[in-house]
Design a protein around this ligand. Structure first.
Ligand SMILES: N[C@@H](CCC(=O)N[C@@H](CS)C(=O)NCC(=O)O)C(=O)O
Length: 211
């Protein structure tokens, strides 16, 4: 498989973790999201993904898959072991709720494009942009901290899609200096996950395009 990725992209980080957990070998095709206004805006990448975002997974059959959660669900269906979703429907719904809280509610507000828009189009100061970022992470993390039942992973004794989404969001929060002392459960789950080689290998600093 081929994964279009950027070392700091938390959505690509999710896909990398899932690929590693499933034991699927992949080649990384780096797409720099910052240099020259973003190499993701170049026509050659636009032809791969008209939304001009990473991750993009190209399957061995040559299918191009977009959106990290869709990519993870594809991997779950094609490589069922180890399962990243519980067997029971209620458990699955609870795992997906945590994953979507992160991927659909926290992350889009803190993503490169909206932050760039706040700066370049809305002419906001960096302090205001940082405050925006911290606000949405903290609000989401407060809910997650209440909802999670770590044992030691977000939803119990098995790694799930909730953990796959949580670890990259925590990495982002740390990079942007969001204080995490109010979130002991989140910090503990993050540490438990990062002790696993599949998560460790997916870290931004371990990517071929890391700076
Ligand atoms: N919902 C998408 C989000 C993808 C996304 O926004 N990726 C970011 C990096 S984390 C990106 O490529 N940003 C480029 C840009 O916004 O210009 C997913 O989960 O895959």
């Amino acid at each position: 498989m081929k994964l279009y990725s950027y070392f700091r992209s938390s959505a690509a980080y999710r896909a990398r973790i899932a690929l590693n957990l499933k034991g699927v070998a992949f080649e990384t095709i780096p797409v720099h999201l910052i240099k020259d206004g973003g190499h993701n805006k170049r026509p050659e990448f636009r032809a791969v993904n008209p939304q001009m975002r990473v991750p993009v997974l190209v399957t061995p059959e040559g299918e191009t898959l977009l959106q990290s959660l869709a990519i993870i669900e594809y991997l779950e269906e094609t490589h069922p072991e180890p399962a990243l979703l519980p067997k029971d429907p209620v458990g699955r719904a609870k795992v997906r709720a945590l994953a979507e809280l992160i991927a659909c509610d926290i992350h889009p507000l803190n993503n490169t494009s909206p932050l760039r828009y706040l700066k370049n189009v809305m002419h906001q100061e960096q302090t205001a942009i940082d405050a925006w970022y911290h606000h949405w992470v903290i609000e989401g993390f407060e809910a997650l901290e209440t909802l999670m039942t770590p044992d030691p992973y977000a939803c119990g004794s098995a790694v799930t899609i909730a953990d796959v989404c949580l670890v990259p969001q925590v990495a982002n929060a740390r990079r942007l200096k969001v204080p995490l002392d109010r979130f002991p459960k989140i910090v503990a789950v993050d540490a438990a996950c990062l002790a696993l080689p599949a998560f460790d290998r997916a870290r931004p600093e371990h990517q071929p395009d890391a700076e």
